[in-house]
Design a protein around this ligand. Structure first.
Ligand code: SF4
Ligand code: SF4
Length: 371
């Protein structure tokens, strides 16, 4: 996975928008570095290259069979994945030319503001995305703290898309079969967001910027949480009612608030459930999951704070050598297929109600005993 961040196309895009950053949506002083960039950092190179190149580490870890498996994944998914990353930026050419020629982007979908919240269009969009690409979505505003360090996006509002990774494949983690599924969905979701963005431009004159699920310009897990799609689990991954942790996330940024935000707090209870569960923490082979999440940025509109859940210096070498690891995602009780979320929620509500009744009784008796 090393070398997947900061593609040439992304670097060129960031270079071209640099003079206009103040009128676009840029990073914040508290913004984090994009995760995959850690693979290219001096820190990672010094700590983890001692055992040889990434490829030689893979040979040591998986032997010739492992390398052949990797080659198969690369041929099947990598080429289209790279193409998808490039298309995200190639499609922005008219906007970049407009920025360079006129010094600003002309708002083109402002007529849709008159028909806000455009319920019918939101429903049509959701149906189109799900029927064509198996994509579910939410809509929210992007806080600047979620734009990665030194990065910029063109538009402030985000359609946040998720796509499922199949349980039968993820259940094989950390074997290559699971990595292949991770790569497949990176590729498919990349294609999906590019196509949905194209559909919005061509049919509704909505200016938009799709962003690939691999690497990317914004921190998509808290963004999806903000959009009400789920909640961040103890291992840092998003948990949703549909797929548990088995999904990838990618946004499409649009220029206006033309839909109602889907922001909600419905999944906040997961935080308390995770503190009792800890299954991922016990299963992680390198002890990378923190017992307590660490606050990385606060005062973020809509979500309050972002939290770091894993020690990347421990996780990333394992993630890299297995091409995706995924053990923590596999063992999460929410990832166990259809109905998991509802079952867990029902049991959690029952337990919480029982505890509340018990506490009420203690307090009542306490009052009687100590008038
Ligand atoms: S991906 Fe693997 S190494 Fe990383 S936190 Fe999960 S189980 Fe641990
Ligand atoms: S395995 Fe348990 S603690 Fe970890 S994310 Fe899933 S529910 Fe939370």
């Amino acid at each position: 996975m090393a070398g997947t961040s900061g593609s040439k196309a992304e670097k060129q895009f960031l270079k071209r928008v640099k003079p206009y950053r103040d009128q676009l949506v840029k990073d914040h002083v508290d913004s984090p570095q994009e995760g995959f960039q850690y693979f290219e950092s001096k820190e990672y190179q010094t700590d983890h290259r001692a055992g040889g190149s990434i490829m030689s580490q893979k040979i040591k870890a998986g032997g010739l069979k492992g390398i052949l498996g990797l080659l198969k994944i690369f041929t099947k998914h990598m080429v289209k994945m790279r193409k998808g990353i490039n298309v995200c930026f190639e499609d922005l050419e008219p906007y970049l030319v407009e920025l360079e020629n006129k010094g600003a982007l002309i708002n083109k979908s402002s007529p849709l503001l008159e028909t806000y919240p455009n319920v019918e269009l939101w429903e049509t969009l959701q149906t189109y995305a799900y029927e064509h690409y198996g994509v579910r979505m939410g809509f929210t505003e992007v806080p600047e703290q979620l734009v990665f360090k030194d990065k910029t996006i063109l538009f402030r509002y985000a359609i946040v898309c998720i796509q499922e990774m199949q349980k039968s494949e993820i259940d094989c983690a950390p074997k290559l079969k699971a990595s292949a599924e991770v790569m497949r969905v990176y590729k498919e979701l990349g294609i999906a967001v590019n196509e949905i963005a194209k559909w919005l431009r061509e049919n509704y004159n909505i200016q938009c910027q799709s962003n690939h699920p691999l690497g990317g310009l914004v921190n998509t897990t808290p963004l999806a949480g903000k959009a009400g799609l789920g909640w961040q689990g103890s291992n840092g991954l998003l948990i949703t009612p549909w797929y548990g942790q088995r999904q990838r996330i990618a946004p499409i940024f649009i220029e206006n608030k033309i839909f109602s935000y889907t922001d909600n707090d419905d999944h906040r209870w997961i935080e308390s459930f995770c503190s009792q569960c800890r299954r991922c923490e016990r299963a992680c082979p390198v002890g990378a999951i923190y017992h307590e999440k660490q606050v990385s940025a606060s005062n973020i509109s809509g979500i309050g704070e972002t939290r770091t859940c894993i020690d990347r210096s421990k996780c990333f070498p394992q993630f890299n050598s297995t091409m995706g690891c995924g053990i923590c995602m596999k063992v999460c009780p929410f990832s166990q297929g259809e109905g998991s979320y509802e079952k867990i929620k029902k049991a959690y509500d029952k337990k919480t109600a029982k505890t509340a009744t018990h506490e009420r009784l203690i307090s009542k008796n306490g009052q009687l005993d100590n008038p």
